[in-house]
Structures are given as structure tokens and as C-alpha cells.
Design a protein around this ligand. Structure first.
Ligand code: LLP
Length: 463
């Protein structure tokens, strides 16, 4: 039976997770989840000075809306807070030529982790010397290309890669500038799939096993190789500075040992990215200024304790720059109340995208939030689950969120915080067309990545 006030008021209504309570105003934005220019105006979600309803009236849904001022502001905030350090934007979070240009404009360097990302950076005109090149399985061809281009730093991830670089520099007479990715043996408090500094995973060379020191010894001795320093990345979506502290201590310990035992003072050190952002009211991220203060204190303390000069440090934030800069705008297609065993009702709100444009909910149990983007509602708050249109029960976009109980087909729904690892991990599952990225600024919307077409899908189908 339907209660006149909506499903949420029916007997046995679902409560949702303990942390989620019905908002005082279901139309209001939770500001810390949204890009800096986002606000509501008479029910319209406005980003970059333009109503997203107007953006999608022209470009349709689903669409990623990218707030240029917000992106640039976050890039600048990291650059300024970490003055004296180098900030590499981690392009894996999201990269296109336009964004690569913004990164360079704002004085950041760029971290790429594949030949494809390198190509995008070069197409954007990024100076190869400002590029760091990651990857746990770079091929000989990829390494040759990076060395020939004069990439600023190649981050070596295995002893096999050491051999490949020895060979390439010997053959070509060129110099490779390298760092060594080490695992500090830290279990960062994040999802297992995005924790990268404990020992039992594929990245880096272990400090404890001696592999890291062995790589350093060989690279330091190779004539065509300029060894810049050590690199550590402990994982992603991390809020707790304790992991960075332990990692910095261990990596600086190795750095000091290399100076003692090999007589090699490496000039640089990279402490990776991984700084968390707010996806829901439960997340409380640090500002770049607070992070910088904490990290400067950590490295100063460790260097003093070891009696060594500080190398030049760098970091690689991806998510913390682009994550909050984008939201995804969908159109609601169906609203389906489903009666569960206990008699409670869950309302499934289906949108015109899903796991093909945001795999993070399914892959990492990530939580998101959402809001109606083109109207205010007086209806009471209803606990809903926003799902996509894919042939998969796990195709969930927002597991639990309060929406107005009159949410209906045709409504626009916007999900904040989708800038990082959503478009970049998007797929064509079920032959979905990957959505466009539309940059908004000063009331103007500009497509920076266009929507795929069915011709794009068929372009690779040569049968
Ligand atoms: N540096 C290195 C060496 C990395 O491997 C990563 C991320 C970063 C920097 C940037 O981390 P961020 O600041 O963006 O957290 N797909 C997962 C995240 C994978 C992160 C991979 N590496 C997700 O959606 O949560």
C-alpha cells in the first residue's frame, strides 16, 4: 500500500545506512561535495555560471560537466601550498588535451601511466621534460619512446625494466632520467584494490626484500641513466596522514642508506598522490594547505632524524584536483518501487547511464550522492537507489540517497564528485556510448570530449 506522503512513510520503510539521514531540505546541495561554482538557483543546478539543464538541453544526457574554474583553482591551490615541491597532476584520474593544457597553464607537471596518456599529453603540447611516466609493465617500445622524447622522469617498477633501460640507453647513447618506485610496506586505510604500498601487490620494488636497493645500485652504475630518486605511492582516497608518515620514514631511510652505502645522493623524492575527497557527508578531506603543512612537517622531521639534506620533493594528486570538479548529469527513465521480503519498499530510480560511466560504485563499493538538477520539490524525502540501464544487477550509481518522493521520469539528476576515475574508467559495456565531457566557465559550455557515436563503436568492428 502506498502511503499518501510517499514510499518512505509506508510501514517498514527502508532506513538506509546508519550514516545517511534525511536532509532538512532535500533540494539543497551539500556544498563540500560540489565544485566551487555550483549552486542552486530556483531549482536549477548552476555550474560555471550556466544551468546544467541548459547544457544538456543542447548536448543531452548522460554528460559529465567539468567546472574549469574549480579545476584550475584546485590545481593552483596544490601548486601554491606545495611551493618548492613539484606537483604532478595524475592524468589517470582524468585526462584530455584541454585538461592537460590547463595543468601546464597552472604550472603543474603531469604524471602519465600509459602510452595513450603520453600521446594525449604530447598532443596538448606538454613539454616532455615535465612528464613523469609510470607503469608496472612498460614495454621496450614504450620505454624507447619515452627515452627518445626526453621524458622528465621514468618511474622504474621492476628489475626487468632496469635491464630494458640499460639496454636502450646503451643502444641509443641517450640518457634516461629515472626514479625507482618502492613499496614501503604500508597498509593504507582504503579499499584493497586501491592500496598500493603493502608488499603483496604488483607495484614497485620492495624495500624490505632488498629489491629496491638492488635496482638503485644498478641504475646508479649505468652510464646512460640519471637516477633522480625514489618514488612511493601508498594508495588512493586516503584521509589519514599516518600512512604517509610511515612511508616517508621508510623511503627516506632507504634514501639515506643509498647515500651511505653507495655514495650516491639522489636529488629528488616523490611521495605519490592519494589524497581523499568528499563523496558523501561522511568524508572530511584536508585542504591542500593543511596537507602541505603536515607533509612538510613529516619530511622535515624524518630528514632531521636521519641527519640528511632534504631532497626536492614532489607529489602526484589526481582525484583531489579533478574529482570534485565534475558532476555527471543523467535523465531519470523509470521509477520502480520494489517490495522487499520484509515488506519494506526500495525505490529504484533508473537513469540513462550507469556502470559504463561510473564503475566505482560496483568496483569499490564507493558511495555517491545526487540531487535533482532542474527543479525544486515540496515532496518529502524518499530513500532511493539510483541505478543505470545496464544488464547487471550490480549496475548501481548511488546506493542510497534521499530524493524528493515525486522524482519522476524526465527529471534531471546530478551526481557530484565524478571527475576522477569515472570518465577515465568508462567502458562501452552493452555497447553504451561513452558520454561527453563538457567544460563550463563564465556561463559558457564547451565540449572538450565529445559523446561517442554508434559509428565510433563500429569503427573497430572490422568483421
Ligand atoms: N601516483 C601514482 C603512482 C598512482 O598510482 C596514482 C593512482 C596516483 C598518483 C593518483 O592517485 P589519486 O591522487 O588520484 O588518488 N581507480 C581507483 C583509483 C586508482 C588509483 C591508481 N593510482 C578509484 O577509482 O578509486
Amino acid at each position: 500500500m502506498t502511503h499518501e506522503a510517499g514510499w518512505a512513510h509506508a510501514p517498514g520503510a527502508l532506513r538506509g545506512p546508519a550514516w545517511l539521514s534525511a536532509p532538512a531540505d532535500v533540494n539543497a546541495l551539500v556544498p563540500q561535495l560540489w565544485s566551487s561554482t555550483a549552486h542552486k538557483r530556483d531549482g536549477d543546478l548552476v555550474v560555471g555560471g550556466i544551468a546544467v539543464a541548459d547544457v544538456v538541453a543542447e548536448h543531452t544526457t548522460p554528460a559529465y560537466v567539468l567546472d574549469e574554474e574549480d579545476f584550475r583553482g584546485r590545481a593552483r591551490a596544490f601548486r601554491d601550498a606545495f611551493e618548492g615541491w613539484d606537483v604532478y597532476y595524475a592524468g589517470k584520474a582524468f585526462l584530455c588535451t584541454e585538461v592537460a593544457r590547463w595543468v601546464a597553464d597552472e604550472g603543474l607537471h603531469l604524471d602519465v601511466c600509459s602510452g595513450g596518456e603520453l600521446t594525449v599529453a604530447l598532443r596538448a603540447g606538454v613539454d616532455p621534460r615535465l612528464i613523469g611516466y609510470h607503469g608496472n609493465n612498460k614495454t621496450v617500445a614504450e620505454l624507447r619512446r619515452a627515452v627518445a622524447l626526453g621524458v622528465g622522469r621514468i618511474i622504474v617498477d621492476s628489475l626487468t625494466e632496469v635491464e630494458r633501460l640499460e639496454m636502450i640507453t646503451r643502444d641509443t647513447g641517450l640518457t634516461a632520467r629515472v626514479m625507482v618506485r618502492v613499496t614501503a610496506g604500508v597498509e593504507a586505510h582504503t579499499h584493497e584494490y586501491i592500496a598500493t604500498a603493502h608488499e603483496d601487490q604488483k607495484f614497485g620494488l620492495s624495500i624490505t626484500s632488498g629489491d629496491a636497493l638492488e635496482a638503485v645500485r644498478r641504475l646508479a652504475a649505468a652510464p646512460g641513466i640519471e637516477l633522480l630518486g625514489l618514488h612511493s605511492h601508498i594508495g588512493s582516497q586516503i584521509f589519514d596522514a599516518a600512512g604517509f608518515e610511515v612511508a616517508a620514514r621508510r623511503v627516506l631511510g632507504l634514501h639515506a642508506r643509498v647515500a651511505d652505502e653507495l655514495g650516491v645522493t639522489m636529488p629528488e623524492m616523490d611521495l605519490g598522490g592519494g589524497f581523499g575527497i568528499a563523496y558523501t557527508t561522511q568524508d572530511d578531506p584536508s585542504t591542500p594547505a593543511a596537507l602541505a603543512e603536515a607533509m612538510r612537517a613529516i619530511v622535515a622531521h624524518e630528514c632531521r632524524a636521519l641527519g640528511i639534506e632534504q631532497p626536492r620533493f614532489s607529489i602526484e594528486p589526481g582525484r583531489a584536483i579533478v574529482g570534485p570538479s565534475m558532476c555527471t548529469v543523467y535523465t531519470v527513465g523509470t521509477v520502480k518501487p520494489v517490495t522487499l521480503d520484509a515488506g519494506a519498499v526500495r525505490t529504484y530510480v533508473s537513469v540513462d547511464g550507469g556502470m559504463s560511466d561510473n564503475i566505482r560504485t560496483a568496483l569499490y563499493d564507493a558511495d555517491y550522492s545526487c540531487t535533482l538538477a532542474a527543479r525544486d520539490s515540496d515532496a518529502p524525502a524518499l530513500l532511493a537507489r539510483v541505478v543505470g540501464k545496464h544488464c547487471e544487477a550490480g549496475d548501481i550509481v548511488v546506493r542510497d540517497e534521499f530524493l524528493p518522493a515525486d522524482v519522476a521520469p524526465g527529471d534531471l539528476l546530478a551526481v557530484p564528485g565524478t571527475g576522477a576515475y569515472c570518465r577515465s574508467m568508462a567502458s562501452n559495456y552493452n555497447h553504451a556510448l561513452r558520454p561527453p565531457v563538457i567544460a563550463v566557465r563564465d556561463g559558457v559550455a564547451r565540449v572538450v570530449v565529445r559523446r561517442e557515436t554508434e559509428d565510433d563503436l563500429l569503427a573497430t568492428d572490422v568483421g
